[in-house]
Design a protein around this ligand. Sequence first.
Ligand code: NAD
Ligand code: UD1
Length: 337
Amino acid sequence: MANVLVTGGAGFIGSHTCVELIAAGHDIIVVDNFSNSKREALLRIEEISGKKLKFVEADILDQYALKMIFDKYRIDAVIHFAGLKAVGESVHMPVEYYHNNITGTLMLIKAMRAHNCKKIVFSSSATVYGVDNPVPYVETMPTHTSTNPYGYTKVMIEQILRDVAVSDPEWSIVLLRYFNPIGAHKSGLLGEDPNGIPNNLFPYIQQVAIGKRDYLGVFGNDYDTHDGTGVRDYIHVMDLARGHLCALDYALSNTGVEAVNLGTGKGSSVLDVLHAFEKACGRKIPYKIMPRRAGDIARCYANTDKAKELFGWQARYGIEEMCADGWNFIQKNPNGL
Ligand code: NAD
Ligand code: UD1
C-alpha cells in the first residue's frame, strides 16, 4: 500500500478515484484549491469510505505549499488531476490555462524531484489525438496538434513528462488518456457538479431531466454517423477511477513512460445517450437540433487493447448504468453538491 498525493482530488474524477484508492487500502493526501470544486466533495468521500481524509487546501502553483506537503508526508506516488478543463474558456483565457496547467505541473514535478518521489499518473485526454487521426484511436498515433489551448496543455504536458522520463530513468510516468467520463458513484453522494451552464452533454441532459433547463440543444445532426449526431466513447467514472488504481500499481512497480487510453471502445451518439437517459429517468427529454459546435469532430472512440494488456483493465459498465447512476445523483443533488 502506498502514500499517494492526489492533486485536484475534490473534483469530479478525483473524488471518485479517492473513494477507490481508500477502498484499496492506500493512504491518500488530497490537495485542491477549490477553483472548480467544493469542500463538500471531501465530506462525501469521508461519508462513503468511513475514513477521515488528509487534506491540504492549496494551489499547486504555490511552491512553498508543495514543499510543506512533501516534507510532512512520505509520498510514494502522485495522481495529478489538478487542472482547468473547459475548452471554450481556454480559448478566451489561454494565459490562465497555460499557467495553471503547465506551470502547475512543472511546480509539482520540481517538488517531487526534490523529495525523490518519481512516480506520477497524469490526467491526459483523448483530445491529444486532434482532428487528423482516424478512429479508433491507438496510443501510437501522432499527438502534436490540438484545436484549443486546453488541448495544447495536455499535448505539452505529455511531452514534458516524456522528456523528464528521458532525463532520469528512475521516473515512472503513466499518461492516462480519458475518453468521455460520465455517471456517478452508486450512492448518489458523488457526481459531476459543474459551475454555471454545463458545456458538456451529460450534465446538460441531467439538468433538462430534473427540470432546470427546458431542452437539450443537439449540436448538429449531419455528421457521418449512424444517426447524424456526434459519437463519443462514454466511460463510467467508476470504471475510470478503477483504471487509476491499475495505473498506480503499474507505476509503483515499473519505470519509464506509458500513454494509455481509458475508454470502453464503444461509440454512442448524442441521441443514443439522450434515449438511454430517458429510459433511466422514465421521462421524455426535449431536444432541438442546433448548428454544429465549432471544433467538434464526428467520432471519437478508443482502441482499448493497451489498457487490457498492460493493466488487465477493462470497462465494466455500459451506457445504461452510466445514465441510471447519473439520474440517481441529480435527483439526490438537484442543486449540486
Ligand atoms: P474538475 O474540474 O472537476 O477537477 C479538477 C480539480 O482540480 C478541481 O477540484 C479544481 O479545483 C482543482 N484545481 C485546478 N487547478 C488547481 C490548482 N492550480 N491547484 C490546486 N487545485 C487545482 O475536473 P475533472 O473532470 O475531475 O478532471 C480532472 C482532470 O482530468 C483534469 O486535468 C482534466 O483536464 C482531465 N480530463 C477530464 C475530462 C472530463 O471529461 N472530465 C476528460 C479528459 C481529461
Ligand atoms: C469535450 C472537449 C474535450 C474535453 C471533454 C471533457 C470539445 C471540442 N471537446 O469533449 O476536449 O476533454 O469535453 O471536458 O469541447 N453536445 C450536444 N449538446 C450539448 C453538449 C454537447 O449536442 O449541449 C454534443 C457534442 O457536440 C458532442 C457530444 O455531445 O458530439 C459530447 O460533447 P461533450 O460532452 O462536450 O464532450 P466532447 O466534445 O467530446
